[in-house]
Design a binder for this molecule. Structure first.
Ligand code: ARG
Length: 462
């Protein structure tokens, strides 16, 4: 039975227990809860708040409890509300009254803040590794298809030819920013709240710095009231995760329509596609669709916590227990997405011929023709208009631009000379020879830099 009900005359109602219990999900925090308790107990022993022998006993029992939980032997009791009380109750069961000393100079308010910070720190580190693997897959696909050209689009209309590697590296850049955001969130999660007590600090001679050191925190919180009621680091994680999923959803969308018969740019590997229960011919891009769909729940998780936190007075309020299920869900969604995406990308077949055909058809070189006129003395706006009329003429004739004769060009401007006929997809690419442009030399440089960056980053985590 619950040992924190001394003040009460009766047990909590059954429905209240069910409503308030969180152990059915916060059990996931157990490795962090135990690591935090071990560091706390060690510090209490060193400071003489409990005896070193008591500290040793507590630590040994906590280690056994950790093993009991990870091996699935531990029986969680919802009557004990949360993971913290479940572990503490088991500790007392194992070592008796000594176990009751662990909670000296601590409150569940700073304890839970600590656990979630440890959890989020790990989640960030793990997410970043996953994103690096995704970047690696992008670099691999780009490298294996470094010569491939496809139409670049604006408004989903064919715009200008680009290299596939250039297109893919756009996602590499998004992931660079995602990683930077996660690293930034890490610095805010990396603060030890333990020692804040319920809200006002604790009335014992504790050593917060040693606890911070043992748990790998860079710093300790400077205001106990803030420390027990701050969930910004979760919000920031959720926000960074939402932006990451937005990026994933954009890539997913492209994979979905690129694999349609209308586009026919890629074919997903059988291992990463699913069938239809009624239409035998179907091969569906469900992984990409689900990633696109799961973006919604991650956005929702951010909104959920923002709403929970809105208007909460200082300091801890039980509302904050509602921070957990969503952050667990976001972490699970992100990990799952990062688990499946690299493999989906690296196994998909790129239909290079069909990309090339699309890049050559249509009027993708119109800008190059306008640029040609500019280089021959026309102003850009005039060149734009002349070329627009030329395209209109070609459309009317049902011809592509490269099918036009020089005489036809000349009808629109005397500045057109023989060499206008040399404008091609290749000349269009080559012309865009500035940093960040799609010229082969530029993309080669960016791809090489990306490959080095991701290789170095992954070597560091190994
Ligand atoms: N399960 C609670 C939570 O997640 C732990 C803190 C409870 N503190 C309290 N004073 N009831 O927020």
């Amino acid at each position: 039975m619950n040992n924190i009900r001394g003040r009460f005359n009766k047990a909590a109602a059954e429905s209240v227990l069910a409503y308030t219990a969180s152990v059915q999900y916060d059990w996931m925090l157990y490795p962090y809860d135990i690591a935090g308790s071990i560091a706390h107990a060690r510090m209490l022993g060193k400071q003489g708040i409990i005896t070193p022998v008591e500290a040793k006993k507590i630590i040994a029992a906590l280690q056994q409890i950790q093993a009991e939980i990870s091996s699935g032997k531990f029986v969680f009791n919802p009557e004990l509300e949360d993971i913290h009380m479940n572990i503490e109750a088991r500790l007392v069961e194992k070592i008796g009254d000594t176990g009751k000393k662990l909670h000296t100079a601590r409150s569940r308010n700073d304890q839970v803040a600590l656990d979630v910070r440890l959890f989020v720190r790990d989640a960030i580190a793990h997410s970043i590794v996953g994103m690096r693997h995704l970047q690696q897959a992008i670099v691999d696909v780009a490298t294996a298809h470094k010569d491939v050209v496809l139409p670049g689009y604006t408004h989903v209309q064919r715009a200008q030819p680009v290299l596939l590697a250039h297109h893919l590296l756009a996602y590499f850049e998004m992931l660079e920013r995602d990683i930077a955001r996660f690293e930034d969130v890490f610095t805010r999660a990396d603060v030890l709240p333990l020692g804040s007590g319920a809200l006002a600090g604790v009335a014992y001679n504790i050593d917060r710095e040693s606890v911070a050191k043992e748990l790998g925190f860079s710093t300790v919180s400077k205001n106990s009231i803030d420390a027990v009621s701050d969930r910004d680091f979760i919000l920031e994680y959720q926000a960074a995760a939402a932006i990451f999923m937005m990026h994933i959803s954009r890539m997913a969308e492209e994979l979905v329509y690129w694999s349609s018969a209308e586009f026919d740019f890629i074919e997903l590997d059988d291992a990463y596609a699913t069938g239809s229960s009624i239409m035998p011919q179907k091969k569906n891009p469900d992984v990409a669709e689900l990633a696109r769909g799961k973006t919604g729940r991650v956005y929702g998780n951010l909104m959920s916590l923002l709403t929970t936190m809105k208007g909460l007075p200082l300091a801890y309020n039980r509302d904050m227990q509602e921070d957990k299920e969503q952050v667990f869900d976001t972490v699970k969604t992100i990990f799952g997405t990062l688990e499946v995406f690299p493999g989906m990308l690296s196994t998909m077949k790129i239909k290079t011929a069909s990309m090339k055909k699309a890049a050559e058809k249509g009027y993708l070189l119109a800008t190059d023709i306008a640029d040609y006129l500019v280089k021959n003395g026309e102003s850009f706006r005039a060149a734009h208009e002349i070329t627009g009329k030329l395209v209109n003429y070609a459309v009317g004739k049902g011809k592509s631009l490269d099918a036009l004769k020089l005489a036809e060009y000349k009808k629109f401007s005397p500045k057109f000379k023989q060499d206008v006929l040399k404008i091609s997809v290749e000349s269009s690419l080559a012309a865009r020879d500035n940093t960040g442009g799609t010229a082969r030399v530029q993309v080669k440089k960016q791809l090489a830099a990306a490959a080095v960056k991701v290789k170095k980053a992954l070597a560091e985590v190994r």
